[in-house]
Design a protein around this ligand. Structure first.
Ligand SMILES: [Zn+2]
Length: 83
């Protein structure tokens, strides 16, 4: 579950960067037909925010199910390693 969120976050971030690169090239080229790029950018941004929120709220220990410190490698409740 957590790995899937990481992948979605990574993909959304990469697409967001590529989208902005295309958007920047279009703007520099004097083209203002950027509705599609703006839409893709907005969707990616929403996905990134949702993934970050999911990560914040889903940082629970896979062994005991208690909420954990997302920065730690070990569960403060049962002491087992977090994946
Ligand atoms: Zn635990």
């Amino acid at each position: 579950m957590k790995k899937a969120v990481n992948w979605v976050l990574l993909i959304a971030f990469v697409v967001f960067c590529l989208d902005w690169a295309v958007l920047g090239v279009k703007l520099l080229d004097g083209s203002y037909e950027i509705q599609v790029e703006a839409f893709i950018g907005a969707v990616c941004w929403a996905v990134v925010i949702v993934c970050i929120l999911l990560r914040l709220f889903s940082s629970r220990c896979p062994h005991c199910g208690k909420p954990t410190d997302p920065t730690g490698n070990y569960c403060p409740h049962c002491g087992k390693k977090l994946n």
